[in-house]
Ligand binder design. Structure first.
Ligand code: PLP
Length: 559
């Protein structure tokens, strides 16, 4: 202790000199000569307390996923300008109000005889049925036009659809949470998992959860990995590494469950994830990596066998997002197309999401997430033994739920059967490859990657040709297709509804290009940002895109 003391005093003097030097750089310089030990301690303490407070309390807005540091700084400066410059804020508010008005106007066009209050006396069923028939007649012109990307996947077979409706209506009031009251829905749920698991390589036992759709399936898989990482590896700051083309649901899982989402680049020729970049993002806090089969935007499957070997080597999970492609791709081998392995027969694959309500051809509201082991699945379950309402356990995000979803999946899978699924898979895959070929022969366009499963996306090869202008012209001709971004391109998801209209699609694309060629100036600004996912709604201004999206949601929920 006695030897230590002079060292401490010496260190302290040096520190004091250091503080004085800093002070000399500031306007407080004139006071520094009189700085004694006490002053220094006080000043350092105040600075430390302030510094700690600032670190804890000054919250910087999060960087958007995929946003460059430069883009982030630019956006923050823009927001500072917006928030603190008189007049600018009100300009932005005006723009938002305009956006809301324009979104609301387009909703209004489809809204009739608004109801704002609960009727005093109940309305008779006959008049409600009249309204229903009007709605069906109007809406089916859009969703049943055969010119829609994805959205409605079932074959255009009125009798089949009626049979599914007749079967499902008996489960409208069921609640599979009460398994003893509705044992039929429990059985169907377990059988849907078993049938789906069997298709995806779970030979002995189905290990999965039936959910309401692809998003919930992905959320539950990511939750399972987060909880697994915490309990098995002590990871409390988990991250997942996903291709930048992975579905938005993975970003949502990141936000909901506080998982860091790391984005791996996608090769701009193949549109598959850059495996080396993905590897670079993996560290000791990584709980899983992700591959799509295929991704939504470009319809391209990631190199799953490579991803599986990485996951195995690093002892982390590999989730396959086969929400969109699963029920097409899994039957490819049955019509002699080799897409490579992407199911549980491939060592390293630990979970798969696949949607019955897409190419499984079931009514909406049902998907399955499969897990390699029961232990992993358990990490997605929720249970609480000590709740005042009684011991409580549910497999998915919902509490009470309707049995219609599972009934629709069960009916459809039973009714269609494997042979028909193989036939449909062949039809869709053949059409995908043929469409890609036809589009690639249009000199001004380039097909993104080599689509094989059920989507085709193209971009422009020419400076003068804004691909979103083609989208806009096609929209005016009654097509409801998607515009995608990074890079800008136009996407169509093939379905049994639109597959017979693809000749017309190619014809209309060519005609749109001719129209633009004849007047390139007019189409130069064909919507800078394309349209909102799943709609034909245009985003008004790229700087306001983030705010416009929330405004769009406001308009959806407004009457
Ligand atoms: C590849 C992919 N994953 C996940 C989803 C999410 O599915 P859902 O819209 O059923 O939640 C989609 C939807 O299109 C998708 O294309």
């Amino acid at each position: 202790m006695e030897q230590l003391l002079p060292i401490v005093i010496q260190e302290y003097k040096l520190f004091k000199e250091f503080i004085k030097e800093i002070f000399k750089q500031t306007p407080l310089q004139k006071y520094t000569n009189s700085l004694d030990i006490f002053d220094t301690v006080v000043v350092v303490s105040i600075l430390s307390v302030f510094g700690l407070w600032a670190l804890r309390n000054l919250k910087f807005p999060n960087k958007e996923y995929n946003q460059s540091l430069f883009g982030y700084l630019k956006a923050q400066i823009f927001l500072l300008f917006v928030n603190y410059c008189p007049g600018v804020n009100s300009y932005i508010e005006k723009q938002k109000a305009n956006a809301l008005q324009s979104f609301s106007d387009s909703m209004e066009r489809m809204t009739s005889k608004k109801i704002l209050k609960l009727p005093e006396n109940g309305i008779d069923t006959e008049s409600m049925m009249e309204k229903l028939n009007d709605w069906i007649e109007r809406d089916s012109k859009h969703y049943g036009s055969g010119k829609v990307s994805g959205s409605l996947y079932v074959m255009p077979d009125k009798q089949f659809i009626k049979n599914a409706q007749d079967f499902c209506k008996h489960f409208l009031y069921s609640n599979p949470m009460h398994a003893d009251l509705w044992p039929a829905t429990r059985q169907m749920e377990a059988e849907v998992i078993r049938m789906t698991g069997d298709l995806f390589g779970q030979e002995k036992e189905g290990i999965g959860i039936v959910t309401t759709g692809g998003t919930e399936s992905i959320l539950l898989a990511m939750l399972a990995y987060r909880n697994w990482g915490e309990s098995q590896k002590g990871i409390n700051q988990p991250n997942i590494v996903i291709p930048e083309t992975a579905h938005a649901a993975f970003y949502r899982a990141g936000e909901y469950f506080k998982i860091q989402v790391r984005i791996a680049k996608v090769d701009q020729t193949t549109f598959q994830v850059d495996v080396n970049d993905l590897k670079r993002h993996i560290d000791s806090n990584t709980v899983c990596i992700v591959g799509s089969f295929p991704n939504f935007a470009y319809g391209i499957q990631d190199p799953i066998e490579l991803l599986a070997s990485i996951a195995k080597k690093k002892k982390i999970g590999l989730h396959i997002d086969a929400c969109l492609g699963g029920f097409t791709a899994i039957f490819a081998k049955d019509h002699n197309v080799d897409l490579g392995k992407f199911d549980f027969t491939l060592d390293g694959v630990t979970s798969i999401s696949c949607d019955q309500h897409k190419h499984g051809l079931a009514p909406k509201g049902v998907s399955t997430v499969l897990f390699k082991t029961k232990q992993l699945r358990e990490h997605a379950f929720f249970s609480i033994a000590t709740w005042s309402g009684g011991a409580y356990a549910v497999p998915s995000i919902q509490g009470s739920k309707c049995g219609v979803g599972v009934a629709g999946a069960w009916f459809t899978m039973q009714s269609i059967g494997k042979k028909k699924y193989i036939e449909y898979s062949k039809k869709i895959m053949d059409a995908t490859q043929s469409l890609a070929k036809q589009i690639s022969e249009i000199p001004e366009l380039k097909v993104c990657g080599n689509p094989q499963i059920n989507c085709v996306t193209f971009m422009s090869k020419e400076q003068w040709l804004n691909v979103y202008a083609i989208h806009e012209i096609l929209t005016h001709q009654g097509w409801t297709i998607s515009s995608v971004q990074k890079p800008a391109a136009v996407h169509i998801s093939l379905t049994l509804q639109n597959v017979s209209n693809l000749k017309q699609y190619v014809h209309d694309i060519k005609a749109a290009i001719e129209k633009i060629k004849a007047n390139p100036q007019e189409y130069k600004k064909g919507g800078e940002m394309g349209t909102l996912y799943g709609t034909t709604q245009k985003i008004p201004d790229s700087k306001l895109a983030g705010q416009a999206l929330k405004v769009y949601l406001d308009s959806l929920l407004k009457i």
